[in-house]
Design a protein around this ligand. Structure first.
Ligand SMILES: Nc1nc2c(ncn2[C@@H]2O[C@H](COP(=O)(O)OP(=O)(O)O)[C@@H](O)[C@H]2O)c(=O)[nH]1
Ligand SMILES: [Mg+2]
Length: 577
């Protein structure tokens, strides 16, 4: 059986190892703080846009939120640094934080391990001094004083923010914490801090109902990171009424080995099946009874002492410390730094409040949402090209058609040309402005559209009559005097002066020009192709201009902030162990 002497020897050995070991990770927290402050300052320098549109407002809000979160980031770094002061005192000993519900025997276990019981004084040789430290006050007014009783107070149900501790052989600092019945948000932060600074956690539970649901919840809430954890099922004893010499006395006996193994297994299984405590899958649980151990010592009964389970607990503690002292001592500060960085990256709940403080990841995803929103607006604006052009076409063409036909009638009647480009330009400009204003407002409610005076339309549109020239051959019969034909006609002509007529068909080429209409459809066609070839590119560049005017600064700013956040994340990541 492992003995108390062996425990004392092992603990001293662990102390020697730790004495030669020096950790130099203290400045890491300071580095983290410096990096956050640098980031925060650089966010303060981000130029805000003077424009007041929905996105600048959102961006400005995001910037304020980042600044606000930065102050929380600095705060948790500060808290950790403040806690370091306490913890730095123990950089040569393993800090063992005892934790669990009230009345499970935490203080009793601590008192026993301290070796201050009279029966143990010879073995321990030197007795540790007990101190109290107010964790809530931190370094500011932290009062640290020796406890008068030089032991932890048993049956103490007082709720305090102070913890009590002793250091054994310069190698084991045993921290007794006030009982945490049901952790409220106020003491949760504090309890988390104790655990955060612990090199190892000893969770004490009572054998009457080991690791109840609420205790399991507490453990999973408090121990967020992989932390060496040991579970002790205290009070593994039964009070049995016995009648000795006719007198009924209460005799304390150990719970059966079978019952103990069952409970130990049950506790191990509880951890195995708990997702939140996956790190503690192979957590060790040991049944003990401090009361029986004390009885064994008093009655000088080795059997009772062995039955108390204390020797096994001593062995687990002593062996672990002797073998893994340095590893354990290095782990906690490393985890602490990593956990601080993880909280900064992933966000955390504000102490005493249910508000989540954003981490780097949250800020980044918020900014990316903003970028997405801007991008979708840009897409919507670009898609206006088609829509605006279509509407302008429909509305303007209808009017232009009417005008052209009306003026066309006049032209046809007078035969004189009329230049209609002014009418066309005015109509197009009017509808272009109207459609731009309406359609952009539908996408960007607060965009102030600046009217385009003239769309830069350069269109020649002369309404003129259309003439048609036709050439044809005209035939007619012409009469002419012909020579007398035969004797009778000869007599008639010469004697009686009679004239004889001949007839012939004469053809003639005739060219004729007619007004057949007005070139209205040419003009309309011209306008139509103008819309496609000239107005469409103009519209496109106009929309691009709006995009750049409205979004450029925001987009740049966001890109700028994301770059800063990425840098912050990289720098923090480099500090990580
Ligand atoms: N039966 C029994 N009682 C115990 C044992 N250890 C402590 N107690 C009693 O449990 C009560 C609470 O002990 P305490 O150490 O103050 O518990 P804490 O509130 O967790 O610190 C006291 O009355 C102790 O005497 C044990 O092993 N067996
Ligand atoms: Mg106590």
């Amino acid at each position: 059986m492992y003995s108390v002497e062996k425990f004392v020897k092992d603990i001293k050995l662990a102390g020697k190892k730790l004495d030669n070991f020096s950790k130099d990770i203290n400045s890491k927290e300071e580095d983290i703080k410096r990096i956050i402050e640098k980031f925060s300052n650089s966010i303060n320098l981000v130029k805000k846009s003077d424009d007041e549109n929905q996105f600048t407002l959102m961006l400005n809000q995001t910037l304020s939120k980042i600044k606000n979160d930065c102050s929380y980031w600095v705060r948790i770094a500060d808290e950790q640094i403040a806690g370091m002061e306490f913890i730095n005192k123990f950089d040569k000993s393993i800090v063992f934080v005892v934790f669990g519900n009230v009345n499970v025997g935490k203080s009793s276990v601590g008192n026993f391990i301290s070796g201050t019981l009279d029966e143990l004084k010879d073995i321990y040789v030197e007795q540790p001094k007990f101190y109290s430290y107010d964790f809530a006050e931190k370094n500011i007014n932290a009062k640290e004083e020796g406890l008068k009783s030089n032991s932890f107070k048993v049956n103490d149900i007082e709720e305090t923010t102070s913890i009590q501790y002793f250091t054994l052989f310069d190698s084991l600092t045993w921290v007794d914490t006030p009982g945490i019945h049901s952790i409220n948000s106020e003491n949760e932060a504090l309890a988390k801090e104790y655990v955060n600074f612990a090199d190892m956690v000893l969770f004490v539970t009572s054998s009457s109902s080991p690791v109840k649901q609420d205790e399991l919840v507490e453990i999973s809430r408090l121990i967020e990171d992989k932390k060496p954890l040991l579970i002790v099922i205290n009070k593994s004893d039964i009070s049995k009424a016995e009648s000795i010499d006719g007198k009924v006395i209460c005799n304390l006996i150990p719970k059966s080995n079978e019952d103990r193994r069952k409970q130990e297994q049950m506790v191990r299984d509880l951890f195995k099946d708990n997702d939140k405590l996956s790190f503690a899958q192979s957590v060790d649980s040991t049944s003990i009874s401090v009361k029986l151990a004390e009885k064994g010592l008093k009655e000088k009964s080795e059997d009772i002492f062995n039955d108390s389970g204390l020797p096994i607990f001593y062995e687990k503690l002593g062996e672990t410390l002797k073998q893994n002292a340095i590893e354990i001592k290095q782990k906690a500060p490393k985890d602490r730094v990593n956990s601080l960085i993880n909280r900064l990256i992933n966000g955390f709940m504000e102490a005493g409040n249910s508000t989540k403080i954003y981490g780097i990841v949250d800020i980044k995803s918020n900014l990316l949402v903003l970028v997405d929103e801007i991008d979708s607006k840009i897409e919507a604006i670009n898609s206006l090209e088609q829509k605006i052009l279509k509407s302008v076409k429909e509305k303007a063409m209808l009017e232009i058609d009417i005008v052209v036909h009306k003026i066309g009638m006049k032209v046809q009647n007078s035969g004189e040309d009329v230049d209609v480009h002014r009418e066309i330009i005015d109509t197009l400009t009017k509808h272009f402005n109207e459609q731009m204003r309406q359609k952009i407002a539908a996408v960007l409610e607060d965009y102030k559209y600046k009217e385009i005076q003239e769309v830069g339309i350069n269109i020649e549109a002369n309404l003129s009559v259309i003439k048609e020239t036709t050439t044809y051959t005209s035939y007619h019969i012409e009469e002419y005097d012909r020579a007398p034909n035969g004797l009778v006609e000869w007599v008639g002509k010469n004697i009686f002066k009679k004239n004889y007529k001949g007839y012939e068909t004469v053809s003639e080429e005739i060219t004729k020009t007619d007004i057949v209409g007005v070139n209205s459809s040419d003009v309309i066609k011209k306008v139509d192709s103008y819309l496609e070839e000239e107005l469409r590119p103009f519209l496109k560049s106009n929309l691009e201009k709006i995009v750049s005017e409205y979004f450029e600064i925001e987009r740049e700013t966001i890109k700028n902030i994301i770059a800063k956040i990425d840098k912050l994340e990289r720098e923090l990541d480099e500090i990580k162990f």
